[in-house]
Structure formats: structure tokens, C-alpha cells
Design a protein around this ligand. Structure first.
Ligand code: PHE
Length: 327
């Protein structure tokens, strides 16, 4: 049964209603529930009652106490909320314009990455994320880069205490993808952060971004690689784009090339590429007698800098508003 209509509850409620501060409210609490309060006075009657009556009376005392406590709690929350907002709560002018949230926009790096991705998705490459903390196996060994290779020099890489490496290039995804997706044909890519212990200057930063691509199928040739690179470059730089292939060396491709783009009258290096070596296909569980593939990897930072005329890579990572607003 409810004791909301008990005279003591009603009296307490009226006093609670009138209390306008936490201290006034506490006085009401002491008056009704305190050691010498109204409830205690009522409790004194208990002694003169029979056992049966005591049970009923006890229940009533408890119910009354709970009702009063509930009202006190409620009012306390109201007073606290009011104190938080202050007396101006009634003075809000609902016709004033609100505070406008400034919409942000993508960082030039991420915008460039997304653009490259979307061109390649259009050419049928699937996109997946791969680990940034990578095993030495996937970052080096599987890519035909044994432990005596200069690319594994401690000075070039960050290692964790457990002997893993922060991937030094997104090429680390190549044999993972081959294993993940089973027998070719396979067209796959990934992109994201890479790490090297570079001296920081206008063109080097220990964190940078790459995007890596592989295509594996029967009868894949360097001509397929060239076609894909021209599709990508014309998507980024326009249909009249010019590319230059320079012979180069990577442990995991052969033949290998570094590719430059003609931009504002200059050749600028944008990516490394080549045909995937049989050792790498085998490390990924792919029969290298049956399948061939190409691979290429490009620096997203460099790509974004070329396209936006940014001269210092450090600007990409300082997140100065004045810099970012320009894009
Ligand atoms: N991983 C190479 C680099 O970081 C780029 C590359 C990727 C070269 C794929 C060939 C094939 O420079």
C-alpha cells in the first residue's frame, strides 16, 4: 500500500516544496527524519501497541519514511540542476542564432589516399587493411629480403620488444593477401601508415603513407602493369599524363622499375613497381609455375605534396589549422 496520503508525508511534502536551497532542504530532512524528528516521535507510539498492531504500524513508519526520502531526493536533484544552470535559466532567448558547428574536411593525405583507392577499385582491385605492427617474416623474409639484407638494418626500422617490426612498407601485405585469398586470380591493395627511422627533413618523416597493389593471374605481363599505371596516373593527373620507367632494383620484384611522372616541366618519382618474383609467390603459397603477377607501391605523402605543391612533408603531420584550411 502507498503512504503518499499519510498526513506526515503531506506535511513533509509542503515543507520540501518551499525549500529553495540545499541547506533549507536539509533542515526539512532533519525536521522529519532526524534523531528528534517527527517520524521518531511517531515511532514512540510503537511501545504501547500489541504485537499484531506493531507489525502494521512498523510497515506504515517504513512506508512514510520512504515516501519522504523520495521527495527529498527529487527536490535535491532539482536544486542541483538549477544551481548548475544558474538563475538565467528563464532568460534564454530562443530566437537568438545558435552556435554554428564548423564542418571539417578531410586531410589532404587522406583525400589523396581515397582518390587513388577509388580509381583502383574501379579497375577491380579489392581493398583491405593489414597490420601496421608486422612480423619480420611478412615485412622482409617473405619478400625475398633475408636477414643479411641492408633493408633490414636496425637503423632503418622500428622494432617492438617482442621482435615485431613497424611495417617499413605496405608491401608487407603481399604474401598475407596471397595466403588470405587462396588461389589466384587476385587483384588486391592496401594502404596506410609505414614507419622508418629516417632523419627528419623536408622530405623525410618517420611516419609516412604508402599504397601497395598486386595483381596475380595467368599470363600477367609488364604490359598489364604499364596499362594499370597509366590508368591510375591519368585519373590523378589528367589524360595527357606522361610516365617514365627507370630500371631499378627491389628484392621482391624483377624486372623492377621506378616510375616518374612529368609534372610542371619536371620528372618526379612517384612509385616503385615490378613483376613479382617467384620466391615471393611461393612464400604466399602461389604456384609460380602457373601464375605471374605485378606489384607496385606509391608514396601517398609524396603524391599529395606533388598535387598540392606542398614543399615540406612535416606540414602534413603538424596539423596546423592555417595549413589544413587551404585544402
Ligand atoms: N615497397 C617499395 C618501397 O617501399 C615499393 C614497391 C612496392 C616496389 C611494390 C615494387 C613493388 O619503396
Amino acid at each position: 500500500m502507498s503512504y503518499k496520503n499519510h498526513p506526515l508525508v503531506i506535511a513533509a511534502m509542503e515543507s520540501i516544496d518551499v525549500a529553495k536551497s540545499l541547506s533549507a532542504l536539509d533542515e526539512v530532512r532533519v525536521q522529519y527524519l532526524g534523531k528528534k524528528g517527527e517520524l521518531k516521535t511517531l515511532q514512540a507510539v510503537l511501545k504501547s501497541l500489541s504485537d499484531d498492531e506493531k507489525v502494521e504500524f512498523g510497515k506504515m513508519l517504513n512506508g512514510v519514511k520512504q515516501e519522504i526520502q523520495e521527495f527529498l531526493r527529487h527536490k535535491k536533484a532539482l536544486i542541483e540542476a538549477y544551481e548548475l544552470v544558474g538563475p538565467d535559466i528563464k532568460a534564454i532567448d530562443v530566437t537568438l542564432p545558435g552556435v554554428r558547428a564548423l564542418p571539417g574536411h578531410r586531410h589532404p593525405l587522406m583525400a589523396t589516399m581515397d582518390e587513388v583507392k577509388s580509381i583502383l577499385v574501379g579497375l577491380g582491385f579489392r581493398y583491405d587493411d593489414y597490420p601496421e605492427v608486422e612480423s619480420e617474416f611478412y615485412n622482409f623474409d617473405a619478400l625475398n629480403t633475408p636477414d643479411w639484407h641492408p633493408a633490414r638494418d636496425m637503423h632503418d626500422s622500428f622494432y617492438t620488444t617482442k621482435g615485431n617490426v613497424l611495417r617499413t612498407h605496405t608491401s608487407a601485405f603481399q604474401t598475407r593477401a596471397m595466403k588470405n585469398f587462396g588461389p589466384p586470380p587476385l587483384r588486391a591493395m592496401t594502404s596506410g601508415r609505414c614507419y622508418r627511422r629516417d632523419e627528419i627533413d623536408a622530405s623525410h618523416f618517420p611516419i609516412f603513407h604508402q599504397l601497395d597493389v598486386i595483381a596475380i593471374d595467368e599470363n600477367i605481363s609488364f604490359a598489364d602493369l604499364k596499362w594499370v599505371l597509366y590508368q591510375l596516373a591519368s585519373g590523378l593527373f589528367g589524360d595527357d599524363v606522361q610516365l617514365r620507367f627507370r630500371p631499378s632494383y627491389f628484392p621482391f620484384t624483377t624486372p623492377s622499375a621506378e616510375v616518374d611522372v612529368m609534372f610542371n616541366g619536371k620528372w618526379l618519382e612517384i612509385l616503385g613497381a615490378g613483376m613479382i618474383r617467384p620466391e615471393v609467390l611461393q612464400a604466399g603459397g602461389v604456384d609460380s609455375e602457373k601464375w605471374q603477377g605485378f606489384a607496385f607501391g606509391l608514396g601517398i605523402d609524396r603524391m599529395a605534396m606533388i598535387r598540392h605543391g606542398i614543399s615540406d612533408i612535416r606540414l602534413m603531420y603538424e596539423n596546423e589549422e592555417a595549413f589544413l584550411r587551404q585544402f
